[in-house]
Design a protein around this ligand. Structure first.
Ligand SMILES: [Zn+2]
Length: 259
């Protein structure tokens, strides 16, 4: 059995039998891994971390021959990220980041850039290192880019002809439509070169950047719609009460173009 050591951000943790937990982590060296931590609840002092979601830990784990569930033999807390619970907006943004990571990063594929992106985003949220909405927009676009889930912006998703920085945004089709393919999605909206340029810049940039407050709401709305349509399971963190997306989705059955 091979033994591995990695730094790991806990994405999810749930109980297993009486005293153990199963964790899903994004690691710096092995990508997303799932592990069983035996006896964590019964003997919390035996382990040097409770493996709470959002925390950064150093873990030692063993491969099991039969499944992708590894045995985590040691865990040590490196950073509790306690500041992430300081207020509701910060908590919600952090929860969104880990949930999106879990949704789009495949198991067992090394993704060091995604690990550093997530760690950096959580640290910035914890330390008030930037406007949360801009951080979240960058995190979303960059992670989708790294995971190969990005919106298609250079070719029409209907007929695959080149579209350069203009077209109609269709979340349900996964990117841009040309004018000739608008019948594919009657709800598609015109989208300008400025917004498309921002999307391209964010996808290529390893670091977040300040964004024009004028463009941020439109950018956020299109990203939320995209995630809503393109992920296999809706994100819980996009369904918070009173969220913009929920209200829009509820009224979308009328198929009216949006203002
Ligand atoms: Zn087309």
């Amino acid at each position: 059995m091979a033994i591995h050591t990695a730094d790991a951000i806990v994405l999810r943790r749930y109980p297993y039998r009486e005293t153990s937990v199963i964790v899903t982590c994004l690691t710096d060296r092995y990508g997303k891994v799932k592990g069983l931590v035996k006896g964590l609840m019964a003997q919390p002092n035996r382990h040097r971390s409770a493996m709470e979601p959002l925390t950064v830990n150093r873990i030692v784990f063993y491969d099991t021959r039969t499944s992708q569930l590894h045995l985590v033999s040691q865990c040590e807390l490196l950073s509790p990220m306690a500041q992430l619970t300081k207020d509701l907006e910060t908590m919600r943004s952090a929860a969104f980041c880990v949930e999106l990571t879990d949704a789009v990063v495949p198991l067992e594929e090394p993704q060091p850039a995604a690990y550093h992106l997530l760690k950096d985003a959580l640290e910035r949220l914890a330390l008030d290192g930037g406007e949360p909405a801009a951080l979240r927009a960058h995190f979303t676009v960059r992670l989708l880019h790294l995971a190969g889930f990005q919106p298609q912006l250079d070719r029409c998703t209907g007929c695959h002809t080149m579209v350069h920085r203009e077209g109609y945004w269709s979340a349900s089709q996964g990117g841009l439509l040309c004018a000739g393919c608008l019948h594919e999605d009657p709800r598609a909206e015109p989208v300008g070169s400025v917004l498309l340029g921002v999307l391209e810049t964010l996808a290529e940039s390893a670091q977040p950047m300040p964004l024009d407050p004028q463009i941020l709401p439109a950018l956020q709305r299109r990203l939320d719609e995209f995630l809503h349509w393109r992920l296999d399971h809706p994100l819980k963190t996009l369904q918070a009460p009173g969220s913009r997306l929920k209200a829009e989705t509820a009224s979308a059955s009328s198929l009216q173009p949006r203002a």
